[in-house]
Structures are given as structure tokens and as C-alpha cells.
Design a protein around this ligand. Structure first.
Ligand SMILES: [Zn+2]
Ligand SMILES: [Zn+2]
Length: 280
């Protein structure tokens, strides 16, 4: 891991999690490597995130659309591109999208962002188009049409490739952890409460990180476990870490306004529950 680039105090971002989907009826073995297949497991929520300040908007991940929801038996609450409008953001005007990785639930619906540049790790593009995708166990969470759409964006010159740790703008840095996929990256965002890390699938649930137990979809267990350390190091505290799929995120943080309860929360305000409580 190369050094962290940003120092000092850049202009803080507002930071939001938008819950756009859900999957219930899971078992412990769906959520934890070597988990019990007989025991009920927590629901998986699906999120995209927004980092916004006066001069810039960054959308982090684009989620999945109706087709993926139908074919994979997931509940789509609201198309992510439409959910953005609840924050006054028009998807077709967004200029920067960070893709934490190219799994179907993080990098679908790219066509809804026609003006965007997509920020992706070199290793993720190579992984999603290379030899590992010959193995169904590794390709299952990718959608070939989404990856094809991403490649079209490459050929249109709309992808910014990153390698390891990079600062996109002061106050927003990308960090490859790998583990879950070869090129998974987490996003570190400067807010009024300090450095918050959008961990995405570096930890699906608070409990993955809290107990050191990996989610079962993996490229490298070693990198996944190292990624836990990286996420902890990058965040100002455990209470500054935001997991990628945990329904408890909606309980931990407050909505920006009462009518957005259950849909959007503000991550730049302190959580109402501690990391320890969220891992229990
Ligand atoms: Zn994933
Ligand atoms: Zn995911």
C-alpha cells in the first residue's frame, strides 16, 4: 500500500448512503465464509453512495437495474439513478462515478450516467475480463452485459484507471484492497467529522470486519483480511467505517429529512450506534 496522499484540511464533503435494494432469506453461510448453512443470516441491503460539496459531486457505484433484480431474485426499491434525484442530483449530469468494483450490484446501469467518467482500478478491469472469469465461482457476481458496457466506456475514453492509492481531488482518495475481487477499491472521504471510509465489499457487514470473518465471495482470503487492516487504518476510527451491504447502516445513521427515512442516511454526521454495538 502506497502512502496516503492528502494532508491538511480540504473542504469537507457531505456524504450519503442511498439504499436501493434488498435481499432477504439468507443464511449464515451466505454472509460468512464457513458460516452455518442452517442458521438464518442477516438481510443484505444494496447501496450507492454520494460525496457532495459545493464544487463537486462524486457518485460511488451505480447499482443494478430491473433486469438484474428479476433474474437474481433481488428486490429493487428504486432505480439508483432515480434515487439520486431525491438529493437533487440528475444522473445524466453526473461527471464523476467511482466504481468500487465491477460486480453486477455495483456497476450496472452505466448507461444512466452518459456524461460520467468512471474511476476504476487497473486490477479490477483486468480481473473482470481475464482468465478468472472462466470460473463460474468467480464470474457469478459479474454480469457480462455490464462488463461489456464498461468496455464500451473504455473505448469511448471515459474510464480513468487507477493503480493502488490515488487522490482524485483533495478530500477524496481511492485505495485498492483486493480480496473480494482482485481490484476492489475503498473510498476515503473527508467530512466535517473526519475521514470516513466507504468500505464497499471490503466488509459487507459490520460483523465481517468486527469478527475478522470474510464474506464467502472471494478472490483472495489473504488480501481480504489485509483489507480489513487497511480499512481500519484509513478511517479516523471504527465509527468512521461504512460497510457495503449492512442493513444496520440505516439504523446507525439519521436520514437527511424525515421523509427519506429508510432510503437515505447522512454518513457525515456521527452514527447513533457505536461500531461495537453494530457488530454485536
Ligand atoms: Zn461485490
Ligand atoms: Zn456488493
Amino acid at each position: 500500500m502506497s502512502q496516503i496522499l492528502t494532508t491538511g484540511s480540504p473542504l469537507p464533503f457531505e456524504l450519503f448512503a442511498i439504499r436501493y435494494g434488498n435481499h432477504s432469506g439468507r443464511h449464515q453461510s451466505d454472509n460468512f465464509l464457513n458460516g452455518d448453512s442452517h442458521e438464518t443470516g442477516a438481510d443484505l441491503d444494496y447501496f450507492v453512495w454520494v460525496a457532495r460539496r459545493a464544487d463537486q459531486v462524486f457518485v460511488i457505484d451505480t447499482g443494478f437495474g430491473e433486469q438484474a433484480a428479476l433474474s437474481r431474485g433481488r428486490r429493487l426499491l428504486r432505480a439508483p439513478s432515480e434515487a439520486l434525484s431525491l438529493l437533487g442530483i440528475a444522473a445524466d449530469a453526473v461527471e464523476h462515478v467511482v466504481l468500487t468494483h465491477l460486480h453486477y450490484d455495483h456497476a450496472g446501469t452505466l448507461d444512466r450516467f452518459p456524461r460520467a467518467r468512471f474511476h476504476v482500478q487497473d486490477a479490477e478491469a483486468a480481473y473482470a475480463t481475464g482468465r478468472c472469469m472462466c470460473h463460474p465461482a468467480l464470474s457469478a457476481a459479474y454480469a457480462v452485459e455490464d462488463v461489456t458496457g464498461f468496455i464500451r466506456c473504455v473505448y469511448q475514453g471515459r474510464v480513468d484507471f487507477h493503480d493502488g492509492t490515488e487522490e482524485i481531488v483533495p478530500g477524496l482518495t481511492l485505495h485498492r484492497t483486493g480480496g473480494h475481487t482482485a481490484g476492489l477499491q475503498v473510498v476515503r472521504v473527508w467530512t466535517k467529522r473526519g475521514w470516513v471510509v466507504i468500505a464497499s465489499d471490503a466488509t459487507h457487514f459490520y460483523a465481517n470486519l468486527g469478527s475478522g470473518r470474510s464474506f464467502p465471495i472471494l478472490h483472495s482470503l489473504g488480501d481480504m483480511l489485509e483489507g480489513f487492516s487497511t480499512v481500519r487504518r484509513l478511517a479516523d476510527s471504527e465509527d468512521h467505517i461504512v460497510p457495503g451491504h449492512d442493513p444496520l447502516v440505516m439504523k446507525a445513521y439519521a436520514p437527511p429529512s424525515p421523509e427519506l427515512e429508510g432510503l437515505i442516511v447522512r454518513l457525515d454526521e456521527p452514527p447513533r450506534l457505536t461500531f461495537k454495538e453494530l457488530c454485536a
